[in-house]
Design a protein around this ligand. Structure first.
Ligand code: MRU
Length: 374
C-alpha cells in the first residue's frame, strides 16, 4: 500500500544487506513514520513482543523471517538443530493468541530440515520466509476481491447510497504484509467507485483503530470516523451500520474466531440488530487442530500499564499519561472469542463461507482428514 505516494510493505529483506530484516515500526504511527532494521532473532522476538510489528499476518511473516535469521545464527554454532529449535520456541512464545507465527515456524522447520548442508538450509529458509510474506500479501489481495461482492450487494440494495462499515482494531495492511484482511474488501470497493464510510473503533487499550486503521484510511483517501469502543451498539440501533468486518487472530475449524478484545461485544450487538458480521482471514489464521474457541484458544494477557496509561502526541513528541489512580490494579486481556453462531460469514482467499465446519471444509477440503491437521 502507499505511504506518501510510495509503495510499502510492512516487512521486507534489506536490499543492501540480506541478513537484515526491515520493518515499519508501528509504535510511532500515526505520528511518525519510522523504519527499523532487525539484525538478530532476539531483535525479532523483541519487535513482536513489544509490538513494533503486530497483527496476525505480520507477526507470522516476522516469525518466518526470524527463522531465516535463526538458520544463519545456527550455522555459526556447533549444534545447528538445537539452536534452531531454541529460536523457534522463542519466536512462538512471543505472542500466544495468533496462530500465524506457529504456522510460519512449522513451515520453516520443515523446509530447513529438508536441506542437507548449512548453506542449503540458510538458502531455503530465506526463500521460504519470502514465500510466507508473498503468500500473505497475495491471500489478502484475494480476500479483497472475494469480499467486495458483499459490499457491492449492500450498495445495490441501498441504490448507491453510502455503505457504512464498522471495523474493530486494525486488520488493515499494517496487520499483514500488504492489503489487510478486513480492509481489503473496503479498499477494493472504494477503488470500484462504491461510496463507503468506515466506523473505526478506537480499540482500547492500545488504540490500533484510532492510530493505525484511521492512518491507513487517510492514506487511501477513504471516508471514515473514529468512534469510542462503546459507540457501535448505538449506531447499529439507529441504522447507521450496514455491516461489520473484523479480522481474526485464530479461527477454529468450526468457525469460532479470536480477535482483539471487544470484538465479541460488537458481534452480539450486530446479531441483536440483524446486521451482517463478517470475519476476514487468510487460511494461515485457521487453527485446524481445535474446535472450541472459548475453551481452547489461549488469550494473551498483557501489561496492566497499557490500560492504566494512554499514549499520544503532545505537540512535540509521543507522551504517555496515567489515567487511573496510580495504585489501582488493572487487567489487560488482549483478545476475546466470537462464537461461530454470531458470525454471518468468513471471507478467505478461496471465497466466502458460512462459519461452520462443513462449510469451511468445502473451501479447504484438504483439511477434512484428521491427518491433515497440523
Ligand atoms: O494485538 P494486535 O494489534 O497484534 O492484535 C491483532 C489485531 O490487530 C486484531 O485482533 C486484528 O483484528 C486481527 S490481526 C489481523
Amino acid at each position: 500500500m502507499k505511504v506518501g505516494g510510495i509503495d510499502y510493505r510492512t516487512i521486507w529483506l534489506s536490499e543492501e544487506d540480506n541478513s537484515v530484516i526491515r520493518i515499519i515500526d508501528q509504535r510511532f504511527l500515526p505520528h511518525q513514520f519510522v523504519i527499523e532494521d532487525l539484525h538478530s532473532v532476539a531483535e525479532v522476538v523483541q519487535a513482536i513482543k513489544e509490538m513494533h510489528v503486530r497483527g496476525a499476518g505480520l507477526i507470522g511473516a516476522a516469525a518466518g523471517y526470524g527463522m531465516y535469521l535463526a538458520a544463519m545464527e545456527a550455522g555459526k554454532t556447533d549444534s545447528f538443530d538445537k539452536h534452531l529449535q531454541h529460536c523457534a520456541a522463542l519466536l512462538k512464545s512471543a505472542r500466544p493468541t495468533a496462530v500465524n507465527p506457529e504456522q510460519a515456524i512449522k513451515r520453516q522447520l520443515k523446509a530447513i530440515m529438508s536441506a542437507s548442508t548449512v548453506s542449503e538450509k540458510i538458502a531455503i529458509a530465506k526463500e521460504s520466509a519470502i514465500s510466507i510474506a508473498d503468500e500473505d500479501a497475495d491471500h489478502c489481495r484475494k480476500i479483497g476481491l472475494n469480499g467486495v461482492s458483499i459490499i457491492e450487494q449492500i450498495a445495490k440494495k441501498k441504490s448507491g447510497a453510502t455503505v457504512n462499515i464498522l471495523t474493530h482494531c486494525n486488520a488493515g495492511w499494517l496487520a499483514f504484509v500488504d492489503y489487510g484482511s478486513a480492509t481489503a474488501p473496503i479498499y477494493e470497493a472504494a477503488q470500484r467507485g462504491i461510496d463507503v464510510q468506515v466506523w473505526v473503533d478506537e480499540t482500547r487499550p492500545r488504540n490500533q483503530g484510532a492510530g493505525l486503521t484511521a492512518w491507513e484510511l487517510i492514506n487511501q483517501g477513504i471516508p471514515h470516523t473514529v468512534i469510542t469502543d462503546n459507540a457501535g451498539g448505538h449506531l447499529m440501533q439507529h441504522g447507521l451500520v450496514d455491516m461489520v468486518i473484523t479480522g481474526a487472530d485464530r479461527v477454529t475449524r468450526s468457525g469460532d474466531a479470536a480477535n482483539k478484545i471487544g470484538t465479541y461485544l460488537k458481534a452480539l450487538a450486530a446479531h441483536d440488530n440483524q446486521i451482517p458480521f463478517y470475519v476476514a482471514l487468510p487460511s494461515s489464521t485457521f487453527d485446524w487442530n481445535i474446535t472450541d474457541g472459548v475453551k481452547e484458544i489461549r488469550i494473551e494477557e498483557r501489561s496492566a500499564d497499557e490500560v492504566k496509561y494512554i499514549e499520544g502526541w503532545d505537540g512535540n513528541k509521543i507522551s504517555k499519561v496515567l489515567i487511573t489512580p496510580s495504585h489501582s490494579p488493572a487487567a489487560n486481556y488482549g483478545f476475546d472469542v466470537t462464537p461461530a453462531r454470531l458470525i454471518t460469514g468468513l471471507i478467505t482467499e478461496r471465497g466466502i463461507c458460512n462459519s461452520n465446519e462443513d462449510e469451511i471444509l468445502k473451501l479447504f477440503p484438504e483439511r477434512r482428514e484428521p491427518s491433515c491437521r497440523d
